[in-house]
Ligand binder design. Structure first.
Ligand SMILES: Nc1ncnc2c1ncn2[C@@H]1O[C@H](COP(=O)(O)OP(=O)(O)OP(=O)(O)O)[C@@H](O)[C@H]1O
Ligand SMILES: [Mg+2]
Length: 504
């Protein structure tokens, strides 16, 4: 071992899947005590490379060196022995176990052959504290929000004492506060000599956190940026090979009649609050608020997933009873859910059949026949429009990269041509180039008269895309802002409940 050798080196690694060349002669260097950001468009090969480092899958060719010495990483345990831990892009925890049991899964402390729960939970409490999570380790994991589950994953990696911690889009479902906590954890780890490979599509985060940036494009190295060179435009240029300037180019178009009117709606999660608002044809309405403000619950209740406790929903002035997603679809609604893995995508089905699913819903009451030609057409259109990276329409969805899976879900619902499109965090995990495509699409759909109601935690996106913004705080609507009243401050005021609620 030499002191001058980098902590970790990836040399000319290649990896192919049937029909896909995921990595081609990739190089990557990680030094001690540094945060290296790894960025690239959806499908660039980031997760594939990280899974190789973590022993989840082997490379076809190429070499990995730790402290200058070649190492064989064939299994997850090999990786852990080399001090490499991966926090997956898709959460990898067991819902039915407690928080503590998840952290020590497979390496539970034992006493007389039995799991020493007491010690396990005591140790768990220590690592949970390090990520700023104040939960009892005996809590079932399923009771935690996605954001908090993410922090449990990080606690788990810390408990392994990793030298290399890989985080694959760790903040995509965290609140602003949880994100700050995470950043503190990452900076603290770096100070203690741990190196972090950090994957994110949020370039602001990369700028704040990274010591260096490595950019991938189509499975190849696209360039590196030193600390002083890290800026938004430089990163975008390397990622997509062009400049993206006019990000939120909203056109002015007339807003039509009221399509959706909600009067005094109460959701099961916030039974004490009454929600009232309207969405017009051709209008894009953003829903802002902190994580846990009740935005997802509102969409779920509108779409008939959660039960409406009281209140009225009117479409085109007519009261409607929506008690299931099928009924919602029949009334011209579509929902792109937040948790796409669970509610949006059938991972074992092809891209084609996922897109076709929505059509199947649409035809459910009229015979339920699958229209093959329509499905082919819709699939081809969505692959093109959303720039879905797949070897073809028959690829099984689980083999697509995270961001491309999300595009399939969006495509599936757009294929329905709904009158009211509900989107929950539509660009989460989506790369900059594809984000631009989704914004353009929202714009185009609104222009054609569709009403769009979208929940987003990215303030910039809410402000850039909305004709009007509804702000929620702890289950209530605390205010509405028209496009010309929008400012970051005004939204945050309402989102933190600092203003009196007119509509509660
Ligand atoms: N098991 C697999 N079988 C087939 N193809 C795969 C498999 N895993 C990954 N791929 C393909 O390899 C390419 C790289 O995917 P990868 O998940 O590494 O992208 P990524 O850079 O992490 O993208 P994202 O930002 O969307 O998460 C994609 O085209 C993907 O479809
Ligand atoms: Mg990925």
């Amino acid at each position: 071992m030499t002191d001058t050798a980098p902590l970790l080196q990836v040399c000319k690694v290649c990896k192919s899947f049937p029909g896909v060349r995921a990595l081609h002669e990739i190089d990557l260097t990680l030094h001690r005590s540094e945060v290296l950001a790894l960025i690239g468009e959806n499908g660039a090969g980031k997760s594939t490379l990280m899974k190789i480092l973590a022993g989840v899958q082997p490379p076809d060719t190429g070499e990995i060196r730790v402290d200058g010495q070649p190492v064989e990483i064939r299994t997850v345990n090999d990786a852990l022995d080399a001090g490499i831990a991966l926090i997956h892009q898709e959460l990898n925890l067991a819902d039915n176990l407690t928080v503590g049991a998840n952290i020590y899964l497979g390496r539970e402390p034992r006493r007389l052959g039995l799991i020493d729960t007491k010690r396990m939970n005591r140790d768990a409490r220590d690592v949970l504290r390090r990520v700023g999570l104040d939960v009892d380790p005996a809590t079932p994991l399923s009771q935690l929000s996605i954001g908090r589950q993410q922090l449990v994953e990080i606690a788990k990696a810390l408990s392994i004492n990793a030298r290399v911690l890989i985080m694959d889009e760790p903040t995509s479902s965290l609140s602003a506060h949880e994100t700050e906590t995470l950043f503190d954890v990452v900076k603290d780890l770096r100070n203690k000599g741990v190196s972090v490979i950090y994957i994110s599509h949020r370039l602001g985060e990369v700028k704040e956190l990274a010591d260096r940036v490595t950019v991938m494009r189509d499975g190849e190295n696209a360039g590196d940026l030193d600390h002083a060179q890290i800026d938004h435009d430089a990163m975008v240029r390397l990622m997509v090979g062009r400049d993206i300037s006019q990000f939120y180019a909203r056109q002015q178009h007339p807003i039509g009649d009221t399509l959706l009117e909600v009067r005094g709606l109460a959701t099961p999660t916030w039974p004490g609050h009454r929600l009232s608002f309207k969405v017009h044809r051709g209008e894009i309405v953003g829903v802002a608020g902190l994580v846990g403000a009740g935005r997802t619950e509102m969409l779920r209740t509108l779409f008939g997933i959660d039960r409406r406790l009281t209140g009225e929903v009117l479409i085109d002035g007519q009261p409607v009873e929506i008690t299931s997603p099928i009924e919602a679809i029949e009334h011209g609604l579509a929902l792109v859910p937040e948790d796409r893995k669970q509610h949006g995508l059938v991972v074992d089905m092809s891209v084609r059949h996922n897109v076709g699913l929505a059509g199947l819903h649409r035809n459910a009451r009229t015979g339920g026949m699958l229209n093959q030609a329509q499905e082919d057409h819709d699939t081809a259109e969505m692959i093109g429009k959303l720039n879905i990276k797949t070897p073809g329409p028959d690829q099984v969805a689980k083999f697509l990269s995270g961001g491309n899976q999300q595009k399939v879900v969006i495509g599936k619902w757009l294929a329905l041509s709904p009158r009211l499109l509900l989107l929950d965090e539509p660009t989460r995990g989506i790369d900059v180039g594809a984000k631009e495509e989704i914004y353009k699409l929202m714009e185009r759909l609104a222009e054609q008269g569709m009403a769009v109601l979208f929940v987003s935690s990215e303030l910039e996106e809410v402000m850039g895309m909305s004709d009007r913004v509804i702000v929620m705080h702890e289950g209530a609507i605390t205010g509405e802002l028209m496009r010309d009243e929008l400012s970051e401050e005004a939204v945050m005021q309402l989102a933190t409940g600092r203003q009196k609620s007119p509509a509660a």
